[in-house]
Design a protein. Sequence first.
Length: 324
Amino acid sequence: MSDRNPQGRKPAGRKPQGNKPQGKGGQKPARQYGTPRPGQKGGPFRSDAKEGYDRNLGAARTPQRPNRAKREQNFSSVHDPEGVRLQKVMASAGVASRRVCEDLIAEGRVEVDGKVVTETGVRVDPEQVVIHVDGIRLQLDTTLRYYAFNKPRGVVSTMDDPEGRTCISDYLKKGKYDSARLFHVGRLDSETEGLLLLTNDGELANRLTHPSFEIPKTYLVQVPGPMAKGVGAQLKEGMQLEDGFAQVDSFKLVDSTPGHVLVEVVLHSGRNRIVRRMFKEVGYPVERLVRVKFGPLGLGDQKQGTIRQLSHQEMGHIMSAVGL
């Protein structure tokens, strides 16, 4: 198939981003990491200008459409005469308007307790059922809270620090979050910046931190440059550290300026200071470290020191990642 449009023109493509050779004379001043390129919006260490947290994440999985023989069975097995209409529950959870929710049900894209429902007359008890739309679970418990915190450098990953250092609770007090009894999922050392999930959902937090689910975490790492060939391969092959074997899942060179290199790594290990220790092992001590993704959740263009509520799609995707 041709890649030309109807007018016969090739679609505009992005210019490849690679390492630009440095001339001996007339070099431009080194651009400090954390400052945007000319014409680029956003704050420090943005890995992708289109990685906004309000983007459509799509379906987590595609449910199978039921055949007609199963429809009546599905209706009777989940229907609660004293319950609330399914489309109303979905609309209240922020899926869409009731009319659109009715269409989603009729198209076989809604599951109640693991059964595909196609009848709009179904009533359910929101406190007793689990509902998925396009594989994304709806959070029907209004007492649960989910927030993304962009932790600045120098903040301790605790809710209370006996030494009086700045911690997460200091940022919670600036908003209307202190009464929600939130706790953080995982940790970032005080010098590491980036994404932390705050919630009061204990089951989700336990699954996200359990090694068996292997939730990937994406970091931007600034190290001294230039970087020798083969370092990425060495990190992907892995190495033996004092607390066991460690390796990254992926390695990508993002940018370079005189004396510095910026790379992106993905790994699923959550061990203490694992990224810093791995880069030190290969001879490149970390100068700056930012976690930009935690599983399907992206930091996007969220400002440092701010807290935002996760969208319904973000909540559904991270629940799907841990089998909820």
